[in-house]
Design a binder for this molecule. Structure first.
Ligand code: SAH
Length: 418
């Protein structure tokens, strides 16, 4: 019953915010109409793509809206600080993906899937994506045409070129291109690589990944390096990181530094603590804070990411960090059962949030501080409710960070202590 009322109130407030924003938009629209201008979206495909809910909203208004949304969901648990925004919000994505298709009258096109469908919308410029990556994708498409490669047809399984994925090291400028094919052989492979590298000498590695499954996943299991070392390196928080094609790496490098800085501030490390970095990916948080801790234990499910994390510790000559490949909930439960002592736990789970298994183990271990990083405030709210409801842990502060400008996504970092 209480929940129903809460939901009703939330909906009401949400509607109010939306109306206010609409009114503002209309005022702007009226003013431009008076000046005889036609209302046009900044992005020609925004209606079909749906990736950027806020594409036509001034950046300040986007931040205001995200602040309100974060407060709406989270302020009952603790103080929500002002959102950390970007100075230059455009083209922040360091990972860019395009899908290929053959369309009548247009030939081979590259772009994105239309919202909730598998229809491909051709895209040449995207406000979110790294511009160099966009140029490379266009070159791959034109080269594919001149090499007479066919785009892969998901329904029939015919054709070859399915997706291309480009990753750019924000501070190193290293670039990885992954050609995702429906079958393992890329005809005239050498010439294709030569031509692509001639057009973009900044490419440092090229891989072929094979994905012949009916799936919405971009990458398949098998991959083969056809140029360079097979991964890129990037620098973050003064550390160097190896990034493989399949490993998770935050897509907005500028804001990742701001996020990690806040997370480290919340952890208040003095150099002696035992720290757990759960859902650690390639070990970025663990390695960023290792210098301020006694020892750090990282746990991550993805094998490639753990392998990268181990290499990353070596690259940075950090010896007080150990990484384990395991389910975070299972791993923490084992630690709790073994009576291990932990002072600070960082957790940065995927959108689905953490699990009761993990949170129960956390409550059993009772670290002094818990720093929860979340890319989905709804599951964060759910987990905070669980933690604060079952223990004396309280949320001390929450800081939203705008990791995904122009989209509706909200990232937040949150400090809990007893
Ligand atoms: N902290 C890292 C990664 C965060 S993304 C960073 O900032 O870069 C979330 C990570 O959780 C991904 O790497 C994903 O592979 C991992 N993951 C997903 N489910 C998991 C589970 N059950 N146990 C451990 N790791 C998991």
């Amino acid at each position: 019953m209480e929940k129903k009322i809460e939901k009703k109130i939330e909906k009401k407030i949400e509607k109010k915010i939306e109306k206010k924003i609409e009114r503002k938009g209309e005022r702007g629209h009226r003013a431009s109409k008076e000046r005889g201008e036609k209302r046009q979206s900044l992005c020609p495909v925004s209606g079909k793509c749906g990736g950027c809910q806020y594409v036509d909203m001034p950046y300040k208004a986007q931040l205001k809206r995200k602040q309100k949304q974060a407060e709406l969901l989270l302020k009952e648990y603790g103080r929500v600080m002002p959102i950390i925004g970007m100075e230059e919000p455009a083209h922040y994505r360091n990972k860019v993906h395009a899908v290929f298709d053959f369309q009548r009258g247009k030939g081979m096109v590259s772009g994105i899937y239309e919202q909730k469908s598998h229809r491909v919308v051709p895209v040449d410029n995207c406000l979110l994506e790294n511009q160099k990556a966009g140029e490379i994708i266009r070159s791959v498409r034109e080269l594919a045409k001149s090499f007479k490669l066919k785009s892969y047809d998901e329904d029939s399984g015919y054709g070859l070129l399915r997706h291309v994925l480009v990753r750019v090291g924000h501070s190193t400028g290293e670039i990885m291109v992954v050609l995702v094919l429906g079958s393992p052989i890329l005809p005239s492979k050498k010439n294709f690589v030569n031509e692509l590298c001639k057009l973009h000498p900044e490419i440092t590695t090229i891989l072929v990944n094979v994905n012949d499954k009916k799936t919405s996943m971009v990458l398949g299991e098998k991959e083969q390096v056809i140029y360079g070392k097979g991964y890129i390196e990037d620098e973050l928080c003064g550390r160097r990181f190896k990034i493989s094609a399949k490993s998770f790496y935050q897509v907005n490098s500028v804001q990742t530094e701001a996020l990690y800085e806040k997370a480290a501030e919340y952890a208040q490390l003095t150099g002696k603590e035992t720290v757990v970095d759960a859902y650690c990916g390639i070990g970025t948080i663990a390695l960023a804070v290792a210098g301020q801790a006694g020892k750090v234990i990282g746990v991550e499910l993805n094998k490639d990411a753990v392998r990268d994390a181990v290499t990353n510790a070596k690259i940075n000559q950090i010896k007080n960090v150990h990484f384990y490949q395991n389910d975070a909930g299972r791993f923490l439960t084992q630690m709790a059962d073994a009576g291990e002592k932990v002072d600070v736990v960082f957790l940065d789970p995927p959108r689905s949030g953490s699990t009761e298994e993990f949170l129960d183990a956390l409550l059993c271990i009772r670290p002094k501080r818990v720093v929860y990083i979340s890319c989905e405030p709804e599951t964060l709210a759910r987990d905070l409710k669980y933690l604060t409801g079952k223990s004396s842990y309280r949320v001390r502060e929450i800081t939203p960070v705008d990791m995904f400008p122009f989209t509706g996504n909200i990232e937040a970092v949150c400090l809990l202590s007893n």
